[in-house]
Design a protein around this ligand. Structure first.
Ligand SMILES: C[S@@+](CC[C@H](N)C(=O)[O-])C[C@H]1O[C@@H](n2cnc3c(N)ncnc32)[C@H](O)[C@@H]1O
Length: 251
């Protein structure tokens, strides 16, 4: 590697490590995130024309992961308007056009509204998308997804449906094992654990009953996953602290 590129990378790593120790910057970032959630900021955006209910900074991390992993399958729970499905499909389209590596996306939602389904099906990226309607933790839905995953080598998982502890834990039990070594299982909205309960007053999830508590529970018995702390340290403003789970080889 060229010396100046090496130096650029080394400086980046050192800076991210510093951010990981910078409790004041972290607290300010959490404060900003809390305020943004109270004001429904994450509903402000779209991806290639479809509303995407995501923090834009996490989307940057997902772009980096997809480029690094070059998945042949992305499994997403929680479709809503389809923005994250279109994002994933468009990233796979870019990966394919740059490298020839082909991938597809499977999205699961308990309630795919007809107008959303139609808009997703009419989108140019729909050629890489399959949608499955049903609860992501229903045995028949899990079976369909496992059938799609058969023979795939680089599988990435994104969980963004019901954010209660029990639901996320059940999703982790069902889908995390499909994650390929070197790839990620991304659990969104773990930050619910870190903000006051009234931020989500009309929701069943809250501190103590959140995606993060589910991740912690799951990891007690799954050493094949490690929390990649470098991602939240880099992003600072993220809805997924402790949610970027990397599958590592076991000795
Ligand atoms: C936050 S939205 C997903 C946003 C989407 N990933 C995006 O980035 O635009 C959550 C979605 O999860 C779905 N959902 C809720 N409970 C579910 C369940 N048990 N199984 C599958 N999907 C569920 C809801 O219908 C809703 O569309």
């Amino acid at each position: 590697m060229n010396e100046s590129i090496k130096q650029f990378e080394a400086e980046k790593i050192a800076r991210i490590e510093e951010f990981g120790k910078d409790t004041e910057f972290q607290q300010r970032s959490r404060d900003w995130l809390e305020e943004s959630m109270r004001k429904s900021y994450v509903y402000n955006f779209s991806w290639l024309g479809r509303p995407i209910i995501q923090n834009p900074i996490d989307i940057m991390a997902m772009q980096e992961i997809i480029w690094e992993v070059k998945p042949d399958l992305i499994i997403e729970t929680g479709i809503a308007h389809g923005g994250s499905l279109i994002f994933s499909a468009s990233m796979l389209e870019l990966v394919a056009s740059c490298t020839g590596s082909q991938g597809e996306v499977v999205g699961i939602d308990i309630d795919i509204r007809p107008h959303n389904r139609k808009a997703i099906e009419c989108h140019p990226m729909s050629k890489r998308i399959t949608m499955i309607q049903g609860s992501s933790i229903a045995p028949e839905i899990i079976a369909q997804v496992k059938t799609k995953a058969r023979g795939k080598n680089r599988v990435l998982i994104c969980m963004d449906s019901n954010h209660t502890h029990n639901h996320v834990l059940a999703e982790l039990e069902a889908y995390a094992p499909l994650t390929s070594v070197g790839s990620y299982c991304v659990v969104f909205d773990t930050f619910v654990e870190d903000v006051p309960a009234d931020v989500f007053k009309n929701r069943p999830w809250h501190p103590g009953n959140s995606p993060k508590t589910a991740v912690w529970e799951y990891l007690k018995t799954h050493p094949e996953f490690e929390i990649d702390k470098s991602i939240p340290h880099k992003l600072l403003i993220t809805v997924a602290p402790d949610g970027y789970l990397k599958r590592v080889p076991l000795p």
